[in-house]
Design a protein around this ligand. Structure first.
Ligand SMILES: CC(C)(COP(=O)(O)OP(=O)(O)OC[C@H]1O[C@@H](n2cnc3c(N)ncnc32)[C@H](O)[C@@H]1OP(=O)(O)O)[C@@H](O)C(=O)NCCC(=O)NCCS
Length: 181
């Protein structure tokens, strides 16, 4: 049941639980390693790191880290990555709870745009749309056949269409291997 799941801000002592979640959720990729690097990366600040907790057990985690749009210093942006829910708890709406709470907190902290490179069938239900068509280019080239997996959502109405450029991500994420969909 979704009703007994709480979404909490992660704290430093949650690092092991966060790693375990991503090790279970992403079988082959070292997403746990990337997450630890992002949590230790000053250039990823401000960050939002949230855990889904059921019966005191952390079962899902989402991270949002700082992004910049080209040389535009007036806009604030964030990248959603990673999101993981441990396999036995998937398809119960927990990923959705984490995304919605994260978007709410980003809005409250006046972030203008949020990006994600992810499943094309999943993220549009939370308001994401293809980003390259808006002139917002991923830090590394995304293959043509999955170009729409690079998505954006405006949290401040009217921002989309008024800004264009290449997105700059946190240093820990700024490697081509983290940009394969
Ligand atoms: C993707 C993920 C975070 C979704 O979390 P969740 O708690 O299961 O998601 P929700 O319950 O909110 O939503 C379930 C929906 O996600 C869809 N979904 C899950 N994995 C998907 C995938 N690889 N591609 C497309 N849709 C996917 C399910 O089909 C389901 O759709 P439905 O509601 O139409 O049945 C979770 O499946 C996961 O951790 N997967 C492994 C890691 C991963 O791929 N992370 C995302 C990287 S972009």
């Amino acid at each position: 049941m979704k009703s007994d799941i709480r979404i909490e801000k992660a704290v430093e002592s949650d690092l092991e639980a966060i790693s375990s979640i991503h090790e279970a959720a992403f079988e082959e990729e070292d997403v746990a390693g990337l997450t630890r690097d992002l949590l230790d990366d000053e250039s990823a600040q401000p960050r939002i790191s949230l855990l889904a907790v059921q019966d005191q057990q952390p079962i899902g985690h989402i991270l949002f880290t700082r992004a910049q749009i080209g040389g535009d210093k007036d806009l604030t942006a964030s990248i959603l990555a990673p999101l993981g829910v441990i396999p036995e708890h998937q398809k119960k709406g927990i990923g959705g709870l984490l995304i919605r709470k994260g978007l709410q907190l980003l809005s409250e902290s006046a972030v203008d745009l949020v990006f994600v490179l992810g499943h094309i069938e999943y993220y549009p239900r939370f308001g994401f749309i293809p980003a390259a068509k808006q002139g917002l280019i991923a830090p590394y080239p995304i293959p043509e056949e999955v170009a729409d997996a690079w998505m954006v959502q405006e949290l401040r109405p009217g921002v989309l269409g008024k800004c264009q450029g290449k997105i700059i991500c946190a240093r820990a994420m700024d490697k081509p291997e983290h940009w394969q969909e």
